[in-house]
Design a protein around this ligand. Structure first.
Ligand code: TMP
Length: 253
């Protein structure tokens, strides 16, 4: 069988050429990095869990009319998605102060914000994904003003919906990062939600205990990383028997 062509390898995913023009395959790795690649590790089973978690979140968002790149899950670690030209921005939504935001403003993590705040970072590893303003984005042409308006509107909807969804399963959506891409439907260009939404890209705290169920457990060497991801998957109802890779037959006594 001819080996399919790899188009791109990122820190947590590999993108392969898809079966049809306009599609690509997203492969979810177990690799984890933090602090712009300074910290590296592996979270066993993460790719499998993120594949499922992102599938369910993208599918639900699609059902409320948010257009996403997601087409279908292919197997444990892969999903078929529309090929999109990624807008080089990390769009961050913050509902509570945490992480770099809490540090920047010297706030205690978990402090509620007066309202949800959207921030943008320029996706550029060499520069360490710097925080940028709408002025930078439009002046440098990373997105046009109408594209940016569209991105902000979609982001507000996505946050509202996801806050409610997670709230319903006892999880506080503290903050998250999303990415958008451009696709062409005939001659019309559209901005759609791309990349992934998973515990790699969200801060998810248990509503009652504030226990972290996201990548901060890895970033901060807290242990129980895989368990945190697994608990998110379980509460989302996607943790059926088969979420870890098949390891061969087990001897039953
Ligand atoms: P931060 O507090 O470190 O700026 O992160 C804000 C949110 O964005 C948090 O949910 C984690 C997510 N994030 C990513 O998905 N990728 C990144 O490279 C960074 C720095 C944060």
């Amino acid at each position: 069988m001819a080996r399919r062509r790899q188009l791109y390898e990122g820190k947590a995913k590999i993108i392969y050429e898809g079966p049809e023009p306009g599609t690509v395959v997203q492969y979810f790795k177990d690799d984890a990095t933090a602090f712009n690649n300074q910290k590296k590790g592996t979270i066993t089973g993460k790719g499998v869990l993120n594949n499922r978690i992102s599938e369910v979140l993208m599918t639900r968002l699609n059902q409320i009319g948010v257009q996403t790149h997601f087409i279908k899950r292919l197997n444990m670690r892969e999903q078929l998605v529309r090929q999109a030209e990624i807008v080089p921005l990390e769009v961050i939504v913050r509902n509570l102060a945490a992480g770099s935001f809490a540090k920047r403003f010297n706030m205690e993590e978990g402090t509620p914000l007066p309202r949800s705040i959207i921030e943008f970072c320029y996706k550029n590893d060499e520069l360490g994904d710097p925080l940028v303003t709408e002025e930078h984005i439009t002046a440098f042409g990373w997105a046009t003003p109408p594209e940016l308006d569209d991105i902000v509107q979609q982001t507000v909807r996505i946050n509202d919906y996801l806050c409610g969804l997670f709230n319903g399963i006892g999880i506080r959506l503290v903050d998250f990062k999303i990415e958008f891409g451009r696709v062409w439907d005939n001659d019309v260009m559209r901005i759609i939600l791309a990349d992934e939404i998973s515990p790699d890209s969200c801060r998810l705290w248990d509503l009652n205990t504030n226990e972290k169920m996201d990548k901060d457990r890895f970033r901060r060497d807290m242990g129980g990383v895989e368990e945190g991801y697994r608990e998110v998957a379980r509460r989302l109802g996607v943790l059926s028997e088969n979420t870890t890779e098949f390891t061969g037959p087990k001897l039953v006594h």
